[in-house]
Design a protein around this ligand. Structure first.
Ligand code: GLN
Length: 195
């Protein structure tokens, strides 16, 4: 059977929820904290949390460069919320010193939908998935603009909230919090296609 091994970057954020969602979507899921662990996975999820913290810890754990290299070499990756920010080639309003892994030719705006108390849920229609996905938006970013190679998979209120460029997928919202594993299944299929 073609069961991919998919890591969840476990520096900060909602790692456990992604591990559960990936297992439900028929992948073998493991936390990744060290370069040796990164080397062993077929794909990687970058969770929601706080992108400034993930950026700092990635540098501290020696993962910034290895991850940039593997993503550039075609490692399938899926980022949710802070993870979407980490996959952006450019942040519009970075905190000083904040860096990203890159991989998607897009410019993102952090906290674009407002502060924590303006978090909300909304049905989102995602290309490639039948029927709306319940989108949980928590201090969510949106995508300001994308390059020619990027497919826009979903918008909410006229703002881009899901994108794909080749083997990199990203959503502003958190499917790992809803018990609906269709977006994770889409990603697991992307990883399977590359093995
Ligand atoms: N606002 C957070 C950031 O800038 C992202 C929030 C989230 O992942 N839910 O990293």
């Amino acid at each position: 059977m073609n069961t991919p091994v998919i890591g969840v970057l476990a520096l900060q954020g909602d790692v456990r929820e992604h591990l559960i969602a990936l297992a439900a979507a028929d992948a073998v899921a493991r936390p990744v904290r060290r370069p040796e662990e990164l080397a062993e996975v077929d794909g990687l999820v970058i969770p929601g949390g706080e992108s400034t913290t993930i950026s700092k810890l990635a540098t501290l754990f020696g993962l910034m460069e290895p991850l940039r290299e593997r993503i550039a070499a075609g490692l399938p990756v899926y980022g949710t919320c802070a993870g979407l920010i980490m996959l952006a080639d450019k942040i519009l309003d970075p905190r000083s010193g904040q860096e990203t892994f890159g991989g998607i030719d897009m410019i993102v705006r952090r906290n674009a939908f407002g502060r924590q108390n303006e978090s909300f849920e909304a049905g989102v229609t995602v290309d490639g998935i039948d029927g709306p996905v319940e989108g949980v938006f928590i201090r969510a970013p949106w995508v300001e603009s994308v390059g020619a190679e990027v497919e826009v998979l979903a918008e909410h209120d006229g703002h881009i909230v899901a994108v794909r460029q080749g083997r990199a997928l990203a959503t502003s919202f958190h499917p790992e919090l809803t018990g609906d594993h269709r977006v994770h299944s889409l990603f697991v299929d992307m990883v399977r296609a590359e093995r």
